[in-house]
Each structure stands twice: as structure tokens, then as C-alpha cells.
Design a protein around this ligand. Structure first.
Ligand SMILES: *[C@@H]1O[C@H](CO)[C@@H](O)[C@H](O)[C@H]1NC(C)=O
Ligand SMILES: [Cu+2]
Length: 230
């Protein structure tokens, strides 16, 4: 029994990484894992992206998905995680509008097309550690699709950046997923700033190369553009 317990603890430690195979929209989950969310290259290994400038930073070299999920503007969204999101770091959501004549079911998300709709800020816990909303949960934090987002097909990208090793270059781990969605009932906003992925992040951005043991919550600067809130 002692041995079994030890083994279970060891296995749990090895599996302490995660993927986000399901989007939840207003409490209703995608019908199955990887149905509208593109199956990422790390679906089995669950390892994070270690280079902020690699092509994997966009959608983790994922396969196109079969479905496109309808998402009313103004919806509350989040993702289900395969494991506990145990590492400290921000959760961010981005959208990219599919160009005219292309489809969310196969567009690659290239170009200056991505805008950020959500980021999370840390607080200091009672052990003087920086912690983030939804840390240690099996979901990513909720975000709102801005009501002013124009109708149409989009790629939705979620990331959680694990910063526990980020005091060294390429030590931050990016866990991410992209989902094929169609926004309905939206508005006439002009989303921006628009950035490319890769492109928006640099290895030495202060939110990527950072020692969490030496900063205050207010001084953490998440990577990427400002949030567009519509
Ligand atoms: C997140 O949104 C879901 C509905 O999609 C809701 O059930 C849940 O309570 C929300 N969680 C938080 C922390 O607000
Ligand atoms: Cu880890």
C-alpha cells in the first residue's frame, strides 16, 4: 500500500501538465474533446511550449477540427483543463477574425490578426506567493466575448503561461488551445491592437522572463497587446 501510494504520487507529479480540449460557452460545453477546439500537438504529452517565438505559440501546431462552435457576443466563456492548472501565471484569451473567403475550419491564423480580450492579474497569497485567478482549478478563468465584436467566424485562442521556471530564458511554459467559433449577435466595434503570433511575444518580455519571487503583484506585466474590451 505504501508503495502504491508512492507510485500514485509520482505519476501525479509527472502528469502535472495540461491541455484545454473543450470550450464552455454560457455553461454549455463543446460536445466532445477536440470537436471545435483544434487538437494540439501536445494532446498526449501535455508539455508546454517553451519558446515564445516558435510557430507553436499560435495554436500549438494543432489539427483542424471538425466543428465550428456558435458563440453569441457577450457570452461568458472558459475552457476545461485535462489536469489541475497548478502552475502560477496569467490566463489570456485572444480572437482573430477569419478573412473574407476563408473558413474557421481551416484558416491558419497568420498575419497581424490577433487581438486580446482578457488577461488575469495576480495577488499575493498568505505565503507571500503570487497566485492567479483559477490557479489550481480544472478550468481556465471566465472571460466575456465583448458585445461589440463583429459577427463572423473567428479563431479563439486561450493560453495559460506557467511562470514557476520563468526566471531563466525559455523557462516560461505556454499552455494553449485554439477553437473554431462563429460569433453571432455582435456589434460594430473595431478590435485592436492587432498582432501576429508568433511575433507579439519576445523571449525577454518582462511578463515572460520574470522571477515571481522578486516582484509585487502590481508590477507584473502580461505579454502581448492591451486588452480590447469593445
Ligand atoms: C464561469 O461561467 C460559468 C458559466 O459558463 C459559471 O457557471 C461559473 O460560475 C463561472 N465561474 C466564475 C468563477 O464566475
Ligand atoms: Cu510543470
Amino acid at each position: 500500500m505504501q508503495l502504491l501510494t508512492t507510485l500514485l504520487v509520482a505519476v501525479t507529479a509527472v502528469q502535472a501538465h495540461y491541455t484545454f480540449p473543450r470550450l464552455v460557452v454560457n455553461g454549455k460545453s463543446e460536445e466532445a474533446d477536440w470537436s471545435a477546439t483544434r487538437r494540439t500537438k501536445n494532446a498526449e504529452s501535455k508539455t508546454g511550449v517553451l519558446s515564445a517565438t516558435s510557430p507553436d505559440i499560435r495554436c500549438y501546431s494543432s489539427q483542424n477540427a471538425a466543428k465550428i462552435m456558435t458563440v453569441p457576443a457577450g457570452s461568458t466563456i472558459h475552457y476545461i483543463s485535462t489536469q489541475q492548472v497548478n502552475h502560477p501565471g496569467p490566463t489570456q484569451y485572444y480572437l482573430a477574425k477569419v478573412p473574407e473567403g476563408k473558413s474557421a475550419s481551416n484558416w491558419d491564423g497568420s498575419g497581424n490578426v490577433w487581438f486580446k480580450i482578457h488577461t488575469t492579474k495576480p495577488t499575493m497569497d498568505k505565503n507571500k506567493q503570487l497566485t492567479w485567478p483559477a490557479q489550481n482549478e480544472y478550468v481556465l478563468t471566465n472571460a466575456t466575448i465583448p458585445a461589440a465584436t463583429p459577427d463572423g467566424e473567428y479563431l479563439l485562442r486561450a493560453e495559460q503561461i506557467a511562470l514557476h521556471m520563468a526566471m531563466q530564458a525559455n523557462g516560461a511554459q505556454f499552455y494553449l488551445a485554439c477553437t473554431q467559433i462563429k460569433i453571432t449577435g455582435g456589434g460594430n466595434g473595431t478590435p485592436g491592437p492587432l498582432v501576429a503570433l508568433p511575433g507579439a511575444y519576445k523571449t525577454n518580455d518582462p511578463g515572460i522572463l520574470v522571477n515571481l519571487g522578486t516582484i509585487q503583484p502590481d508590477s507584473y506585466v502580461p505579454p502581448g497587446p492591451a486588452v480590447w474590451s469593445g
